[in-house]
Write a protein that binds this ligand. Structure first.
Ligand code: S3P
Length: 758
């Protein structure tokens, strides 16, 4: 029980919405007395009988007498009249709120009928309901985990808003604030339009000759789509009338979309049909992810009742669909064959970003359809860029030019992807509109000040949380000026963010790095015809140029190939050919380190793929020995350390790593999380602030935690090749961020992996 927030609460209109708030307040002890006003004696009697209210009156002025809170839960069309009837009974300090689903009309009604109370009127809209209505449907849990939108006006006293916010929070709801017009427009599109379509579709088909026959054969799709046509016709009649203008706009918008779809069907235009539907798929995943604050594929699965509880090796499971994905590994095996891992993550991100900022259409092949790159793709769609695909790694980006991005409608959601967030911070600092960036649980713990600080020096206005973490707010319309920046940490993300901001800055922007980091941004800018002056450790751009669309081929990701390089090295009897892998010298630290450990790796068929060097890599098993990893190789293998630790666990003697404190702020604290897992398996190790010491040896099996970190999950999967007992890895869904299809590919090569989701 909580402390009562209000002394006497009057609920006007005791249907589902009003009755449920009464029930919730009573269940939590939030009001000393709850009374109701209703036109119907019977409803008041039922309310008392059900224990929802202490008392009630059909005289509304009587009902609100002495109340310190009034909640109006009547149809929007009767708000003005209801307010006028209760007005004579309202006290001088009463706070009034409502649950109407159209705010413009309710605010107008309040101005007209209760003008002297307007500063204490807090318009609100709980987004919750049921198909049943009436007092008997009242439910104390109706608002739990649901959203309530408050739409205070300039006249609303913030103290009154705060009390209503506290009320909804206390009944378990999540409270948001919005401008009233914005509310009516957004609701027209996301709620009123779908209801209108559902009512209309059922009615249209029902009026066909043999409608009963049609419905007899109606499958799940029809049932799902039309479920909301069972909602209360009276209430919806009201909403369509009261929110007329916004509903009409939404219908027009939809009609235009429908016409485009019709045209594509008529013309048999596969490209357009696929473009529409893939866009819709990813937009839906995006929206589900945003509301669940989780990764895309996890969000998809939250809504996927087709996924069975225990799906061994199913497509969807290994792609990361599923709330909880576990990897179960049998020990032993060898890796053999020829395979191509998915596209490079860093290059995929940049291909979307630069393609969007270019003039003309950029065609991308080999794009990584993993969640991180999809987060970037979605962000640019949110900023008005037309992007076709991805479909089998092909993407067409219709560039809008350096100054063509549009303000997104809401927060940009970056999922698990640090690269998306940090690079976008640079790029968005130069836009004429403001933005907010957020991400999943892991990303919202990661440091963003390292990027914000130099961008502020350029004139950007950026806010992070007190801990320097997301959400990140970027103020638009700031004129940036070029700076020189000496990077305190070797970070390609910080370097890239500054260079991208430099495209929008006056004069020269240059960055000097303490050690070489991946240079994909510099190479790709050059490929798009934007000059980058490179002089030793310094890269420089001059603002105000332009990018021209080009065709890009994304090489296979050496960071994904790394799992197979280590796996084939440690598992006796292995020989793998990894095709078309990017071997940019700023990324090949993994090969250098493995070779120092004695690995048998050769590069074949070296060639250039659109400005990036690629090769086929042959790897055969070898006896590895422990080494002290040269510190200058650390930035060149920064993402590969989890799997390098597995190599170290299988090497003779000790491997020592220093100078790698960056690993502690990746998707997880990769030093500690790997150390914990290795200890579980029985591998001796010692953790340093900036690294680790690992003594190679024989190990057993056990249960380890991936902590939602894709590279930790895949690393321990590889460790099974030399384990002597099964390994169970928890929390593996995020493998889909960088390596969709890992389970299939690794199993085909010889790993004894079963994906289980529950
Ligand atoms: C990346 C740079 C690296 C790397 C990340 C991708 C990039 O991060 O770890 O996975 O695409 O620029 P830092 O620049 O923070 O080291």
């Amino acid at each position: 029980m909580s402390e009562p927030l209000f002394d006497r609460v009057a609920i006007i209109g005791l249907g589902l919405i009003g009755g449920s708030l009464a029930a919730a307040m009573r269940a939590r002890g939030l009001a000393r007395t709850v009374v109701a006003g209703s036109r119907s004696e019977r409803t008041l009697e039922r309310g008392k009988l059900l224990g929802l209210i202490d008392d009630g009156s059909t005289d509304l002025a009587e009902a609100v007498k002495g109340a310190d809170l009034v909640f109006l839960a009547v149809p929007v069309s009767s708000m003005a009249d209801t307010m006028a009837r209760m007005a004579p009974g309202l006290g001088n300090s009463v706070i009034i709120t409502d649950g109407g689903s159209v705010k413009g009309k309710v605010i107008a009604a309040a101005k007209q009928s209760i003008p002297q109370h307007i500063s204490r009127f807090v318009p609100g809209h709980p987004i919750a309901g049921k198909e049943k209505s009436g007092v008997d449907a009242a439910d104390a849990g109706l608002y739990e985990k649901h959203r309530v939108i408050l739409t205070p006006t300039s006249a609303t006293d913030p103290a009154a808003s705060a009390r209503i916010r506290a009320l909804w929070t206390a009944v378990g709801a999540e409270v948001l604030s919005m401008d009233p017009d914005e509310h009516d427009r957004v609701l027209a599109e996301t709620s009123h339009l779908p209801h209108l379509l559902a009512f209309s579709l059922v009615d249209t088909l029902a009026r066909q000759g043999d409608s009963l026959d049609i419905f007899r054969y109606a499958a799940g799709g029809f049932r799902d789509f039309t479920r909301i046509a069972s909602s209360d016709p009276l209430m919806w009649h009201d909403i369509f009338r009261e929110n007329r203008d916004s509903v009409l706009q939404a219908v027009d918008l939809f009609q235009a979309g429908l016409a485009r779809f019709r045209e594509a069907v008529e013309q048999g235009d596969s490209e357009s049909l696929l473009a529409i539907m893939t866009r819709a798929n990813s937009a839906r995943a995006h929206f589900l992810a945003l509301s669940a604050r989780t990764s895309y594929t996890r969000a998809l699965s939250l809504n996927d009742d087709k996924v069975s509880d225990k799906t061994a090796m199913s497509n969807s499971a290994s792609a990361g669909h599923g709330r909880r994905v576990e990897f179960h590994l049998q020990p032993g095996g060898a890796l053999n064959g020829s395979l191509r891992v998915p596209g490079d993550k860093s290059i995929s991100h940049r291909s979307i970003m630069l393609g969007a900022l270019a003039d003309g259409v950029t065609e991308i092949e080999g794009f990584l359809e993993g969640e991180d790159a999809l987060a970037t793709l979605q962000a640019f769609r949110d900023m008005g860029v037309v992007i076709e695909g991805p479909s089998a790694g092909r993407v067409r980006v219709h560039g809008v030019g350096l100054h063509g991005l549009k303000a997104p409608n809401g927060t940009l959601y970056m999922g698990n992807s640090g690269t998306s967030m940090r690079l976008l911070m640079g790029l968005l600092s130069g836009q004429p509109f403001s933005t907010e960036l957020t991400g999943d649980e892991s990303l919202t713990r990661r440091p963003m000040e390292r990027v914000a600080k130099p961008l502020r020096e350029m004139g950007a206005e950026i806010a992070t949380t007190g801990k320097g973490t997301p959400p990140v707010h970027i103020r638009g319309n700031r004129q940036l000026k070029g700076i020189h920046y000496d990077l305190p940490v070797a970070s390609a993300q910080v370097k890239s963010a500054i260079l991208l901001a430099g495209l929008y800055a006056d004069g020269e922007t240059s960055v000097t790095e303490p050690a070489p980091t991946r240079d994909h941004t510099e190479r790709m800018l050059t490929g798009f015809g934007y000059p980058v002056i490179r002089d030793g450790a310094t890269s420089k751009v001059v603002g105000g140029g332009k990018l021209s669309a080009c065709n890009l081929e994304v090489p296979a990701d050496i960071s994904s190939a790394a799992f197979f390089l280590v796996g084939a090295s440690i598992a006796p009897g292995s020989e793998l050919l990894l095709r078309h892998v990017g071997i940019n010298p700023t990324r090949t630290g993994i090969i250098d380190i493995l070779k120092l450990m004695g690995a048998d790796i050769t590069l074949e068929n070296q060639r250039d793929a659109g400005g990036e060097p690629v090769a086929d890599i042959r790897v055969r098993s070898a006896r590895l020995k422990g080494i002290t990893i040269p510190e200058e190789l650390v930035p060149l293998a920064i993402d590969e350390f989890p799997v390098l630790f597995v190599a170290a666990a299988n090497a003779e003697g000790e491997t020592i790593l220093h100078g790698a404190e960056e690993l502690r702020v990746k998707e997880s604290d990769r030093i500690q999380v790997m150390a914990d897992g290795l200890t579980t398996l029985g591998i001796e190790n010692e953790v340093y602030a900036d690294g680790i010491r690992i003594r190679g040896g024989q190990y057993g099996g056990g249960e380890v935690q991936a902590h939602g970190d894709h590279r930790i999950a895949m690393s321990f999967a590889i460790a099974s090749l030399r384990a002597t007992a099964p390994i169970l890895i928890h929390d593996c869904a995020n493998v889909a961020t960088s390596f969709p299809g890992f389970a299939e590919l690794a199993s085909a090569a010889g790993l004894n992996l079963t994906v289980v989701q529950g």
